[in-house]
Design a protein around this ligand. Structure first.
Ligand SMILES: Cc1cc2nc3c(=O)[nH]c(=O)nc-3n(C[C@H](O)[C@H](O)[C@H](O)COP(=O)(O)OP(=O)(O)OC[C@H]3O[C@@H](n4cnc5c(N)ncnc54)[C@H](O)[C@@H]3O)c2cc1C
Length: 533
């Protein structure tokens, strides 16, 4: 197969335009083009009046050898790389002890799936409920029909933190082994649309994710794995620097000398337990800020002009960065086109926001987190000090929202003018349970407020209307990534605890669904190879 990159075609190109472009580029006769498949489709919208689709295609041709020779100096015509995944190990029939995976977020699920595919029959332990029951609890909380359930919410339960999300599936991690392709392929086999394999910035959307998560569970079980819900790991047993097993909240002890720790960034009680048991943990940078909501039409117009609404473009996204005079950087994070701001709390009396979308991305508002990078210099002294800061900010937000999980909010115009808001304008916030307008400058440290105040007008220069007075801010965003890193060695085991494999976002090794899934695969391989040693 021959891979051709940079095939640019107009947005409304005809069906046979790709084949014609291939023939033209390769200078071959139609009979020599046996077939082609689209490897990637993106768009270039830098010129709004002339948006183009950009394709990477894999071509099957009778002329492969001669073409690769003829175009050997052309970086846009190369042999199609082999991206298929091969298992690194196979479990023996007499497997002495089954590996444990703590957590069933994307990291734990992919670690579990890979271990199951290699025959290691993993035991997955999840503190929350199965995804359908979890959905009932979470949606009841959002609709004020039930209290926050600290074990079953937007963070905890089958599928992990990203289950009620936009399901964006892209990441910037280096991936020379094509693990990302393996993650996407498994998601398609579990019910995701095959388009996630070739669209440049794919997303799945909340309701589809629920079904996919169930399907991955069924596949792990069919391969001999076991998934236990409402099974919070409360203690880790370590002897002479080697893990021996875990104790669950029920008191049950499960022995294993290979334990994947994929607990996500919100497992604060678990981090404390690990720290108390002497597992090496250090503080790491993360970010804090607000969600901002604009009309999606404003973002679409700015990015796509007259082509807004085109079905191949979908709802527009954005990515913004501003380096401030006080040395801080402010950036947009987890942008959800046509989405909703959601209550992502997992601890009573503490409030935190996040964003999600359905596959259709057709809600009226665009939202993203506008956050300021902070480092351990801002919370010095203790490896878990970042968690203490998160908690203080989340408690403050809870109070400012009126103590009912309504989020504190403010209009952008008022925030910039340093006056409290008391009435909404044209933008209706989407956060449920509800929004209490007031003064968000009370919710974050002064340096963060100053940085966001400087960044919003700067963002307005990139997206005309970004600082529109009626845009709504809701607070607070504190869980952009883990405030700790549970350091591991090159063999993926903890720096000082053999047999413990810190993984995914909570351990500081991933920052989204795709990268967490990739990390799960890497760790599963390490576990398998170490068991076989
Ligand atoms: C609302 C929302 C929207 C998001 N949107 C996106 C998006 O569109 N795209 C994207 O890439 N990322 C998104 N993210 C981030 C993404 O979800 C995370 O990066 C990802 O889920 C991290 O995966 P993980 O497996 O490392 O941890 P998690 O997904 O957090 O999973 C950890 C799991 O461990 C369980 N657990 C914790 N402690 C214990 C214990 N002691 N015992 C047993 N089980 C335990 C938890 O219940 C949880 O299920 C979003 C997050 C949220 C909250």
């Amino acid at each position: 197969m021959v891979r051709l990159t940079e095939i640019k075609l107009p947005l409304d190109h005809s069906e046979d335009a790709i084949a014609s472009a291939i023939l033209k580029k390769l200078q071959i006769a139609p009979a020599d083009l046996l077939s082609y498949s689209i490897f990637k489709r993106s768009y270039d919208a830098r010129k709004k009046e002339a948006i183009v689709l950009v394709y990477i295609v894999d071509v099957e041709t009778t002329q492969e050898k001669s073409l690769l020779q003829r175009f050997k100096k052309d970086p846009h015509i190369i042999p199609t790389p082999d991206m298929s995944y091969r298992m690194v190990a196979q479990a023996p029939d007499n497997l002495a002890s089954r590996p444990i995976v703590i957590g069933t977020g994307p990291c734990g699920m992919f670690a579990g799936l890979l271990l199951a595919q290699m025959g290691f029959r993993p035991i997955l332990l999840e503190r929350g409920k199965a995804v359908r029951d979890r959905t009932v609890d979470t949606f009841a909380f959002w609709k004020k029909k039930d209290e926050l359930n600290p074990e079953s919410n937007a963070q905890f339960g089958e599928g992990g933190a990203g289950t009620f999300s936009d399901g964006k599936l892209y990441s910037q991690v280096k991936d020379s082994n094509h693990y990302g392709r393996k993650v996407l392929t498994e998601l398609v086999q579990s019910g995701a649309s095959p388009e996630i394999l070739y669209i440049n910035k794919p997303h799945i959307g909340t309701f589809k994710l629920v079904g996919i998560v169930q399907s991955i569970r069924a596949r792990i079980e069919a391969l001999g794995g076991e998934i236990r819900f409402q099974s919070r790991v409360e203690d880790l047993h370590i002897e002479a620097g080697q893990v021996q097993g875990v104790t669950l909240a029920s008191g049950e002890y499960i022995a294993s000398s290979h334990i994947v720790l994929a607990v996500g960034h919100s497992a604060r009680d678990t981090f404390q337990m690990l720290f108390d048991r002497g597992v090496y943990i250090e503080a790491k940078p993360f970010s804090i800020g607000f969600r901002v909501e604009h009309p999606q039409t404003l973002i679409d117009r700015c990015r796509f002009g007259d082509r807004s609404g085109h079905k191949l473009l979908g709802a527009a996204d954005y990515k913004l960065v501003h380096h401030c005079q006080n040395g801080r950087s402010v950036y947009s994070f987890c942008m959800c086109p046509g989405g909703l701001v959601v209550a992502a709390a997992s601890e009573p009396g503490r409030l935190v926001t996040n964003g999600m979308s359905q596959y259709s991305r057709n809600e009226r508002n665009a939202n993203s987190a506008i956050v300021v990078g902070i480092t351990p210099d801002d919370y010095p002294g203790h490896p878990l000090a970042g968690i203490a800061l998160q908690r203080r900010l989340e408690e403050r937000a809870f109070e400012l929202g009126g103590g009912t999980y309504d989020a504190p909010g403010q209009l952008v115009g008022d925030f910039l003018a340093d006056r409290p808001s008391n009435t909404l304008g044209t933008v209706q916030p989407s956060y449920t349970p509800g929004v209490q307008l007031g003064d968000l400058s009370l919710s974050l440290p002064d340096y963060a407020i100053a940085a966001i105040r400087e960044a919003l007008p700067a963002f307005d220069k990139q997206i005309n209307g970004f600082a529109m007075p009626d845009a709504v801010l809701t607070g607070v965003e504190t869980r952009t990534s883990s405030p700790i890193r549970i350091k591991r060695k090159e063999d993926y085991q903890s720096l000082n605890t053999k047999g413990l494999y810190p993984a995914g976002e909570g351990a500081g090794y991933a920052g989204g669904i795709l990268s967490a899934g990739i990390d799960g695969i890497k760790v599963a391989e390490a576990v398998a190879l170490n068991i076989l040693q």
